[in-house]
Design a protein. Structure first.
Lengths: 108, 469
């Protein structure tokens, strides 16, 4: 069973504020899943290399030249006003082409 | 359940005979949505307009379809089933949409889904639960709940979903439609909201196996915008679909017929395998010895990748923003607390814990090692057989609310589907009748070797044909 301190620590790392109700719910749910996952201890993995991806593709680079043909049907992204509106205009606080963020410190 | 309404093949025949036009078909499906969506809640957005197109040789011209709401269409809302993206407007097109659009297909709408594709029941959407068209007191499965319900309820001809641990195959089985998860790397995920990047794959929901082959052919292929796509030719998947299956080696997976499998599901699946045998396939028992660990591996790897992928939703650039925050840290913590539902929070926290200092070796590294063993099991199995057959789900569709308070019980509904995602291999769920007790659809899962979609489509087609009255 995870402790309250552990749950608080995980929530802090995950940048999620937990209500009292969510804290006790997560404590229960996470502990239950972790108990289930513990069955992996029984698997013998001595000398086994981890599998992080399945295709075997590595370093997918493209030729260092101007790309002429874009895939069929693709909209070409041109940095016009519309794109700026989609990319910056959706920020809750913005000024011109810039996104505004809160101060790192609380106001006094 | 009998599939009703148009398929790609029958709509094309109707176009060719002059009895139907793409515009009338589009209006027909808008009406269907108007009649049934309030009850099913399969569609979230349906305000896409009809685009007049020349009827040409392209197989999807004028075919109305739906996209899961985690795939982007430039200039339109994409929520991923989450409140945190309630008003989010996509800045670009997903590759699958671009390809279908270029192929002439007509978008009808975006479908409801479990939040950020996390869930096995369609009950985790910020926009209300989705209902199973076969029985509206039951779940359609998830996470591509709306896509499955839309095809099963004949609100569209086909739909795309995404499958990370079963999110296409499981709802397809519970709703009685065909659901295909292609090989990892076969279909571009550019413009798909990333959930678990080493597992996610896009695939079609259709009413028939032939339609599944047609849609796969239209969306598969290498994409310079997704470096995990494999540069490999895309075959005509319909070409070999009717080929004889005499001598096709089918392995029946012992581990998926054990404890937890409902007798009525077992019965139908065994009958479907008997059809394959009758049609000339060679049936052999087979074992994937590490499959007992698959779900545990999945619930480490998937939450770890989720915790990284969902860190982008922070209330700064787009999406839900907590205006009450006093400083930057509070913007993050309060926006994420309000913006995410319980399931994403659960998985983000699980992944954060597994990746936190001191736990990496015990969880993530251990899981990826066992994942390698699971893949080896498949490699060995595919030396002996061409297809692995078994049930898609342990039970038929369960009641709404039955598992929503018990995450572990919910996770267990994906026990037969997760191994294919961990190994990257393709798998299809094809309807094989209804359970003798419940009268609800049962799905047969056919798993193939890497890039052998043709083989599983062919086997699935023979099951479908063998079940025709």
């Amino acid at each position: 069973m995870l402790t309250d301190t552990e749950i608080e620590h995980i929530a802090k790392l995950a940048r999620i504020e937990l209500s009292d109700e969510m804290r006790s719910r997560m404590k229960h749910d996470l502990s239950e899943v972790l108990d289930y996952i513990a069955l992996l201890e029984k698997a013998d993995t001595a000398g086994v290399e981890p599998l992080y991806q399945v295709t075997g593709l590595q370093n997918q680079t493209r030729a260092d030249e101007r790309r002429g043909d874009l895939p069929v049907g693709r909209q070409v992204l041109v940095p016009d006003e519309k794109l700026t509106e989609y990319l910056v205009g959706q920020a809750p606080h913005s000024q011109g082409r810039l996104i505004k963020v809160k101060s790192v410190k609380s106001k006094a | 359940m009998e599939n009703t309404g148009y398929t790609i093949v029958s709509a094309r025949e109707a176009f060719a005979s002059g009895n139907l036009t793409p515009e009338r078909l589009f209006e027909h499906y808008q009406r269907r949505i108007g009649e049934r969506n309030e009850e099913l809640n399969a569609f979230r957005v349906t305000d896409f307009v009809y685009v007049q197109r020349e009827l040409d040789s392209s197989v999807l011209t004028g075919i109305p379809y739906a996209l899961k709401d985690n795939m982007l269409v430039a200039g339109t809302v994409a929520t991923g089933g989450s409140r945190i993206l309630e008003h989010y407007i996509s800045a670009y097109d997903s590759t699958v949409y671009a390809k279908l659009n270029a192929g002439g297909a007509q978008l009808l709408g975006k479908t409801n889904m479990d939040e950020f594709a996390m869930g096995s029941s369609g009950e985790n959407s910020a926009y209300g639960i989705v209902r199973n068209p076969c029985d509206i007191t039951r779940v359609p499965g998830g996470s591509s709940a709306g896509s499955a319900a839309a095809v099963a309820g004949d609100l569209c001809i086909f739909a795309l979903g995404s499958d990370t641990g079963g999110s296409i195959r499981q709802p397809a089985a519970l709703c009685g439609v065909v659901g295909l998860k292609p090989t990892y790397g076969r279909v571009s995920r550019h413009g798909l909201m990333a959930m678990a990047s080493s597992l996610d794959q896009i695939g079609p929901f259709t009413k028939t196996v032939r339609d599944s082959a047609l849609v796969l052919g239209a969306i598969a292929g290498h994409d310079p915008f997704d470096s995990t796509t494999v540069p490999r030719d895309v075959p005509d998947y319909t070409e070999t679909i009717e080929h004889d299956i005499t001598g096709l080696r089918i392995g029946v997976l012992a581990e998926h017929f054990g404890e937890g499998l409902a007798p009525e599901v077992k019965e139908r699946v065994e009958e479907a395998i008997a059809i394959l045998k009758k049609r000339g396939a060679i049936i052999t028992p087979i074992s994937l010895p590490h499959s007992a660990y698959a779900l545990a591996v999945y619930y480490i790897v998937q939450p770890c990748e989720v915790s990284a992928n969902l860190s982008r939703y922070d209330g700064i650039r787009y999406g839900y923003h907590a205006h009450s925050a006093e400083n930057l840290l509070e913007v993050y913590t309060k926006s994420r607390a309000k913006g995410f539902g319980a399931e994403p929070v659960r998985r983000i926290m699980l992944g954060t814990y597994a990746l936190s200092a001191g736990y990496f070796d015990a969880y993530y590294l251990k899981a990826q090692k066992v994942r390698a063993l699971i893949r080896q099991d498949f490699d060995r199995a595919f030396e002996k057989v061409d297809v692995i057959a078994g049930p898609t789900t342990p039970t038929v569709a369960f009641k709404i609310g039955q598992k929503s308070d018990d995450p572990l019980a919910m996770y267990l509904s994906d026990i037969y589907t997760v191994p294919a995602n961990l190994a990257g291999v393709p798998a299809i769920s094809v309807p094989c009748g209804v359970g003798s007790q419940s009268g609800l659809p049962v799905g047969l899962q056919l798993i193939g070797d890497m890039f052998r979609e043709e083989t599983i489509l062919r086997a699935a087609w023979h099951v479908e044909q063998g079940l025709q009255p």
